[in-house]
Write a protein that binds this ligand. Structure first.
Ligand SMILES: Nc1nc2c(ncn2[C@@H]2O[C@H](COP(=O)(O)OP(=O)(O)OP(=O)(O)O)[C@@H](O)[C@H]2O)c(=O)[nH]1
Length: 419
């Protein structure tokens, strides 16, 4: 631990209300990997942090932030953010974080805190898997000497937990699938979709999996366990993609493991993180001791500090130099922008002044799916705006954008509606 990260941190005086349109990110991992610390650092909400398994009894849901360079910086305007935060030209956009605690091998069978937590994964379209990259916790989450446990095994373990959880759901209903497809002549993709949509799996993912695995025309009673498992694995890999937060990157033993993770975990995005360092920085920034914008690669000391505080902060600085920051915001940004491919769009009511109807400059920014159209933005703002939307105007180019045209990342648009 770097700076007393167990002390509580004060939430910032921003009121961000989560709505159904917020993107959800699940934070998963075995006990003691650092999920609660990652969660606390990301949300600025204090959660119980203790070095033994099953500390977090209730799953925590909180507001975390992803960041983009704010367009106010490019345009040289002073903005008045409302649904997000702007710090020195970095826009912090809220996302909902779900801290899923207590996953141990066999959780799908109800071990540890078991199925109730796996159920919280339902809602998250992307997961950040916090792994103790220092190898200082065994597979059950017990503290061991750093370098003892191979963190690559944790990645396999977690995948297996999610696979087994989904497999259980599918197998339980398989007789019904057989009846509906073979006797009631329903399409297999429809039947599987109605079974898995509650887990946040889209129809497109199911269709892709069935096609890629050449299962679309195979009668379900002939599938067998292996084919069902193959389907589940495929669906999980696209439906619940994971970013690996290679945490405790500040511990020397983590370095080799992180290199191995980057080289050997092909197809994954591995982000070295020090959740402890991020938490310490945010606490210090909250107290006015340092100037630190979440996600930045460095910070500035501005307060009067005791020599030991300066020493602790300088230690954090050296970790940030090594890894290019603490990695916490980078992991969130990777999950939301790179893996989910979300875009951020600023809606305004006046495209010349860049204001809303109350004269606030660039008040809101919305996260939308990568193919989002003007109509999608209108629906995200309000169903009434969606009903009355005619077209949009791009504030920078003045170009008219059709209702079904795709929006660009970091664009500013005015939606023109009927009266
Ligand atoms: N050195 C170091 N220690 C960390 C880091 N992140 C977390 N820790 C420490 O690891 C221990 C466990 O962290 P938690 O955040 O409570 O772990 P958890 O995964 O939430 O554990 P459960 O609540 O039991 O599921 C605490 O002592 C943390 O201070 C880090 O980046 N570096």
């Amino acid at each position: 631990m770097i700076i007393n990260s167990k002390a509580l941190i004060k939430p910032k005086p921003y009121l961000i209300v989560l709505t159904q349109t917020h993107v959800q990110v699940g934070i998963v991992g075995k006990p003691n990997a650092g999920k609660s610390t990652f969660f606390a650092a990301s949300t600025l909400i204090d959660v119980k942090i203790a070095p033994y398994p099953f500390t977090t009894i209730e799953p925590n849901v909180g507001v975390g932030y992803v960041t983009i360079p704010c367009v106010c910086r490019d345009l040289g305007v002073k903005d008045n953010p409302r649904n997000s935060i702007c710090m020195d030209g970095t826009r912090l956009i809220p996302v909902e974080l779900i801290d899923v605690a207590g996953l141990v091998p066999g959780a799908w069978q109800g071990r540890g805190l078991g199925n109730q937590f796996l159920d919280h994964l339902r809602r998250a379209p992307v997961l950040i898997h916090v792994v103790d990259a220092s190898g200082g916790t065994d597979e059950e989450g017990r503290i061991v000497k750093p370098g003892t446990h191979d963190p690559l095994l944790d990645v396999k373990f977690l995948e297996n937990e999610v696979d087994m959880w989904m497999l259980q759901i599918v197998k339980k209903e398989w007789d019904k699938v057989v009846r509906q497809v073979e006797y009631s002549k329903q399409k297999i993709e429809d039947v599987l979709y109605s079974m898995l949509s509650g887990l946040g799996i889209t129809r497109a993912i199911i269709e892709e999996a069935l096609t890629q695995l050449s299962l679309i025309n195979k009668q379900p009673h002939l599938w067998g366990e292996e084919a069902i498992m193959g389907l589940v694995k495929y669906i999980r890999s696209i439906g619940k993609p994971m970013v690996i937060a290679a945490n405790k990157a500040d511990i020397p033993e983590a370095e080799d493991n992180i290199k191995r993770m980057i080289n050997e975990l092909k197809g994954y995005r591995v982000i070295p993180t020090s959740a402890d360092a991020e938490l310490a920085l945010r606490r210090a920034a909250n107290k006015g001791l340092i100037k630190y914008i979440p996600g930045d690669q460095d910070f500035t000391i501005v307060g009067n500090l005791m020599p030991e505080q300066v020493k602790a902060l300088e230690r954090i600085r050296s970790i940030m130099r090594k890894w290019g920051g603490t990695g916490v915001v980078k992991a969130l940004n990777t999950a939301v922008f790179d893996v989910l491919g979300m875009i951020a769009v600023y809606p305004v009511a006046d495209e010349k002044r860049l204001t809303d109807t109350e004269g606030r400059v660039l008040p809101d920014v919305y996260l939308l799916p990568r193919n989002a159209t003007v109509l999608d933005l209108a629906s995200a703002i309000h169903s009434d705006i969606a009903k009355r939307a005619m077209f949009a105007v791009d504030a920078l180019s003045g170009r008219r954008i059709g209702l079904n045209e795709r929006l660009q990342h970091r664009s500013i648009v005015r939606i023109v509606t009927t009266r």
